[in-house]
Design a protein around this ligand. Structure first.
Ligand code: GLY
Length: 395
């Protein structure tokens, strides 16, 4: 009995109580800041990250992040559906769905304009389709983005290509692209084209075979030979070193594999998500603040990455949603809440335009300590999921 209690204390170090969920997740300041940014947004520009003073920098539609801001409006629309709108939750100040539709206008859709990160661009259209399954713009956009992605698939490699390279035999794939696969399923449902679903499964299987280390960590980048399909090199681009684990990449992987389980029911994807998630949790520092790379040296101080923290919290909650064992549900949920608490403590910035600071966009390019549009998006989504699970009440 004592042994099992001790074991439980070891595996469930955080006791889940409603009061431990940071109130900032549901603060009216969130919607207020998003609306202020929408009003300040220049025509056909979208926020991506902030400067060191917390002011948004604006990017054109070619940026990989342009879909996140419209998707954030849809996240607030979902919260309004969950909670209603009042002064305490700040959701009364806008028609979030209308803003989502409006700020989706001008997103790139065809193969000549989009690169590989199309899943992120598709987010607002997937949201609109869920609200209105006949929406012609959403249907056209999803099908167009999926077809652009399918055009990057190599039967020989078993993946869609990430960056274009000057040497056509070099076929580069980043773990981030696990986030594209839901788009292929969405388009397969709309069109009946099962080839899109098959591409998603092949991409996930090849990524599972080559990107994930035996200990559950991951490589950011795999270079394949496009003729033979063989792996040429395993390396990083945004992480600390070729043998390190870049936390945002790890988080994209956890989310992507947990989502593949949701989409296919194939338990090997859930097992991979769990393995990567355990690695993530076991490598967190004692304060729970997600560093930008688990293997980056501690001196000088290694920056955090609030975007990886907000993203992985959602990934853990997505695993929790699909577990049946109560202990496992609690384990993933507790760790998600612990990570959200830690990042809120260091990165919630009332006087910044973004919700969070301490994002690491690209450390090797010295782009860190910023707000990020994707970190804010996943932070709000985590709040929605905790409301849905009735772990926190709407303000
Ligand atoms: N996909 C780019 C990033 O996570 O930075």
């Amino acid at each position: 009995m004592l042994a099992s209690l001790l074991l439980a204390a070891f595996f469930f170090p955080v006791h889940l109580v409603k009061g431990q969920i940071p109130s900032e997740l549901l603060s009216p300041l969130g919607p207020q800041k998003i609306l202020a940014a929408e009003r300040a947004r220049p025509n056909l520009r979208w926020p991506q990250y902030t400067n060191a003073g917390g002011q948004w920098l604006w990017f054109d539609s070619g940026a990989w992040t342009s879909g996140f801001f419209p998707a954030t409006h849809y996240a607030l629309n979902s919260r309004r559906i969950q909670c209603g709108a009042n002064d305490r939750n700040g959701l009364n100040i806008a028609d979030w769905r209308a803003l989502g539709i409006n700020s989706s206008r001008g997103l790139p859709l065809d193969a000549s304009k989009v690169g590989h990160d199309v899943g992120f661009i598709s987010f607002p259209f997937v949201e609109e389709l869920a609200l209105n399954p006949n929406d012609a713009t959403a249907i056209r956009s999803i099908n167009s983005l999926a077809s652009a992605l399918a055009g990057r698939f190599s039967e020989r490699v078993g993946c869609t290509r990430s960056w274009d390279t000057s040497d056509p035999t070099q076929f580069t794939v980043i773990i981030d692209n696990m986030m594209n696969l839901e788009l292929l399923f969405a388009s397969a449902r709309l069109t009946g084209n099962q080839n899109l679903r098959n591409i998603a499964v092949r991409h996930a299987d090849t990524t599972m075979a080559n990107h994930i280390r035996a200990d559950g960590g991951s490589w950011h980048v795999i270079d394949y030979n496009s003729t033979s399909g063989n792996v040429i090199r395993k390396r990083t681009a945004q992480g600390y070193s070729d043998s390190s684990t870049w936390t945002r990449g790890q988080s994209w992987g956890i989310y992507g594999f947990a989502n593949m389980y949701r989409l296919t029911g194939d338990v090997k994807y859930l097992d991979t998500a769990r393995r990567m998630a355990r690695f993530f949790i076991n490598n967190l520092p004692s304060d729970g603040v997600v560093p930008w790379d688990f293997n980056a040296p501690l001196n000088p101080t290694r920056p955090a990455d609030s975007s990886a923290a907000a993203l992985v919290a959602n990934a853990l909650l997505l695993i929790a949603r699909q577990e049946t064992d109560q202990g496992q549900i609690k384990y993933w949920t507790d760790n998600a809440i612990r990570i959200l608490n830690s990042i809120t403590r260091v990165a919630w910035k009332a006087n910044w335009q973004s919700l969070l600071s301490n994002g690491t966009v690209h450390k090797p390019q010295n782009n860190q300590n910023t707000g990020t549009v994707y970190g804010d998006y996943y932070y709000l989504l985590a709040g929605n999921e905790l409301i849905r699970r009735q772990l926190v009440s709407c303000p």
